[in-house]
Design a protein around this ligand. Structure first.
Ligand code: AMP
Ligand code: ZN
Length: 432
């Protein structure tokens, strides 16, 4: 169902007019209120009157995660604190987190785009949504929570973790929709199996999964192991949290809610804007945010945009499934390797489970790539010879695609640490 046909099905010409109008207001506001932006504009020799058409977007300076750090915690904010009703922060692993302030209108807008998101995924007010995204500073929990309520669904705020209890509640409360990271959905499947509970005997039918990269192969694994249709959702703290884009039932890209978020693709090396269809780095500009408007944020996420009409009737642009981040590319012995490539190859191989770790090290100036991957119970308890044959197969498949030879270590089921939120798959000892 389309939650807000007016904005999700707008003729593109009208949408672009609306975007331009809103962009002008955001640009004027940051220029007036945020010294960081004013300086960046002046450095480029522009001011708000330089923006006369959407094409002028490319004149504007970029914003990066580093700019958020440099202006920590409130340097990019455009309203006084008394107008801020909530603060979130990103899960940044090093240094200071990104702080995201919201006004009451920002929370309304966020709930609106999340209601559209859940509706696009196939949810209605008749659904019971168990929300296993982490509640707290992370935007996932509360973002989904408000969207689910706005839609009129029944929201169960379980947060992440306590998997056995999650399954008990799923069974007892009649959960129809699970919202969590793709990796956590697999932990739920595995735990249900241990508990002797057949998930397909429950009412569960839909999963709205995101917050981390996952391949099409991972989607297939998830849909085999859980009785759900798995829908991809994308978002980030700097822009709003979840709710930037989501798949529709056709699952051919994630529709970006373009009346609130303006999207471009750039060449990550030159910063040049790329045409629709080409793959590069996603850059997002907020069009309606009050507390923290963001101009041309470099997401580092790699995707492409498709503006062709979609069979669902939405006119808003679609972004392809994220294939990686410009900063998660590993350079191993000079060869570029994306973790998503490794995942896709591994999960095509029979007997291999969707739990793996990529470990990179350096020994005597030489990069070593080790991939630990779990195998199924049957393979593990089978003859050594069969394990060796599988190991060889994994090794050969990876080598032929990646162009470098990794060390493969097949490990027993449940050997690899499980995380309830975003999975950490790459361990690069070279940075230490
Ligand atoms: P955070 O601000 O901590 O929520 O992290 C946002 C980042 O998570 C994004 O920039 C992406 O790299 C990643 N992410 C979120 N959703 C997805 C998704 N559906 N597919 C791939 N990566 C995602
Ligand atoms: Zn669609």
């Amino acid at each position: 169902m389309i939650w807000n046909p007016k904005y999700e099905m707008m003729p593109r010409k009208d949408l672009e007019e609306l975007q331009l109008e809103r962009l002008k207001i955001q640009v004027a506001k940051v220029y007036e209120k945020v010294p960081f932006y004013r300086q960046a504009f002046l450095k480029k020799g522009i001011n708000p009157s330089s923006i006369r058409s959407l094409d002028d977007l490319s004149k504007l300076p970029f914003t990066s995660k580093q700019d958020f750090r440099d202006n920590y915690p409130f340097g990019l904010m455009t309203v006084p604190m008394e107008q801020v009703v909530r603060l979130h922060a990103s899960s940044g692993t090093t240094g200071k987190p990104v702080v995201a302030p919201y006004t009451a209108n920002d929370i309304d807008m966020w709930s609106e785009v999340m209601a559209r998101t859940l509706s696009s995924a196939g949810m209605t007010k008749y659904d019971v949504m168990q929300n296993a995204y982490g509640y707290g500073l992370f935007t996932g929990g509360l973002g989904f929570h408000y969207g689910g309520e706005k839609l009129g669904a029944t929201v169960i705020p379980t947060s992440a973790g306590g998997t056995k209890r999650q399954i008990m509640l799923m069974e007892d409360l009649g959960t129809t929709v699970i919202t969590c990271t793709p990796s956590y959905s697999l932990i739920i499947a595995e735990t249900a199996l241990d508990m002797g509970i057949d998930l397909s005997s429950l009412k569960l039918k839909l999963g709205v999964l995101g917050a981390e990269p996952w391949s099409e192969q991972m989607r297939q694994e998830i849909e085999t192991k859980l009785p759900i249709k798995a829908i991809d959702i994308y978002g980030l703290t700097e822009i709003v949290g979840p709710g930037v884009s989501v798949e529709c039932p056709s699952r051919c890209g994630m529709h970006i809610f373009e009346d609130h978020f303006l999207a471009e693709i750039i060449d990550p090396n030159t910063g040049e804007q790329l045409p629709y269809g080409e793959t590069g780095e996603l850059v997002l500009t907020t069009l309606t945010k009050e507390a923290l408007p963001v101009i041309r944020f470099r997401t580092k996420d790699i995707t492409s945009l498709n503006v062709e009409p979609c069979e669902c009737g939405r006119t808003i642009v679609r972004m392809a499934k994220i294939t990686g981040r410009t900063d998660d590319m590993l350079i191993i012995r000079g060869v570029n390797v994306f973790p998503s490539q490794i995942e896709s190859i591994l999960l095509e191989i029979e007997g291999v489970e969707p739990h793996y770790s990529i470990i990179v090290d350096r020994e005597r100036h030489m990069d070593i790539l080790e991939i630990q991957v779990e195998v199924s119970e049957e393979v593990f308890s089978d003859e050594i010879r069969k394990m060796e044959a599988l190991e060889k197969k994994v090794q050969e498949e990876l080598e032929s695609t990646l162009g470098i030879s990794p060390n493969i270590k097949l490990v027993e089921p449940k050997h690899i640490a499980r995380t309830v939120g975003k999975a950490k798959r790459v361990i690069d000892h070279r940075e230490l």
